[in-house]
Design a protein around this ligand. Structure first.
Ligand code: SPM
Length: 288
């Protein structure tokens, strides 16, 4: 598999063999950072209309204009579905956006953050302060490590695990395989919940059905939600969830007003609505 970006006449185009025959283009004003880390090519652009944009190995990870949608839903769905999430693990998401969202919950007492590429954290701290504010939370412990190996050593420890992975090419590939999910399950406490970046039911049917199959086999409760994100291919992205106890499709706890007022996408209503899938996707998952 291959992905590469192309810049022509100030337009950045995301081209990837995972979604063949299409590309997503954004007009850019300036290259703010461009360097290869030990793991991947890291690019940070100032776009014309979408704020700054973080790109890893040619694939858009976020733009400032709509990053809130993905980060809020990936973090708050599992956190509000859990009765009392005290210990949380976040794997990936070196930009810090998921940490920012997890940090909004007073229930949460301790947050382990595991990211393989320290340079992504550095770039975010320098250029994306509204996301990297998550790192300042005193409850956060940063672990620079491979998420797959990290979870193997943590047994029965977390109430919620959030996997904010890149796509299944390069460093993110292992995070879409069954042994990783077995490790996640073993790292959960009795009522634990996992939520992982779940790709697109339009664009990556094989990958998505595989994720759903793995989680259905491992977890008592399994569900799949999706979020609208204009700057991801297809304009949306999925979230795959598994639970050792609590139901997932409704929030367990009411949302405090002070949290709701800070959010732009998540609400209890959209929590429930995000699990209502297009009919073809519903059928596809029911057949697994
Ligand atoms: N905290 C933001 C990190 C983003 N991680 C997910 C990036 C996925 C990018 N590709 C989306 C493709 C969807 N089909």
């Amino acid at each position: 598999m291959k992905n590469y970006n192309k810049i022509k006449d100030s337009w950045f185009s995301e081209i990837c063999s995972l979604w063949p025959g299409m590309s997503l283009s954004l007009e850019i004003k300036k290259v703010l950072y461009s360097k290869k880390s030990q793991f991947q090519q890291i690019d940070l652009y100032q776009t014309k209309n979408h704020g700054k944009m973080l790109v890893l190995d040619g694939i858009i990870q976020l733009t400032e204009s709509d990053e809130f949608a993905y980060q809020e839903m990936l973090a708050h769905i599992p956190l509000f579905a859990h009765p009392n999430p005290e210990n949380v693990l976040v794997i990936g998401g070196g930009d810090g956006g998921i940490l920012r969202e997890v940090g909004r919950h007073d229930y949460v007492k301790q947050i382990d953050f595991c990211e393989i590429d320290e340079d992504v954290i550095k770039v975010s701290k320098e250029f994306l302060p509204d996301l990297a504010c998550g790192f300042d939370d005193p409850r956060v412990t940063i672990h620079i490590a491979d998420g797959n190996s990290f979870v193997k050593e943590k047994i029965n420890k977390y109430d919620v695990i959030i996997v904010d992975s890149s796509d299944p090419i390069g460093p993110g590939e292992v995070l879409f395989k069954q042994p990783f999910y077995k490790g996640l399950k073993a790292s959960l406490r009795q009522n634990g919940i996992i939520a992982t970046q779940g790709e697109s039911f339009f664009l990556h049917k094989e990958c998505v059905t595989n994720l759903v199959k793995i989680t259905k086999e491992l977890f008592r409760v399994q569900a799949y939600a999706y979020v609208l994100v204009p700057t991801y291919p297809g304009g949306h992205i999925g979230i795959c969830l598994g639970s050792r106890g609590p139901e997932l499709k409704k929030p367990f706890r009411a949302i405090p007003e002070n949290i709701q007022n800070q959010l732009k996408y998540y609400s209890p209503k959209i929590h429930e609505a995000s699990f209502v899938l297009p009919y073809f996707a519903q059928k596809m998952f029911e057949a697994i």
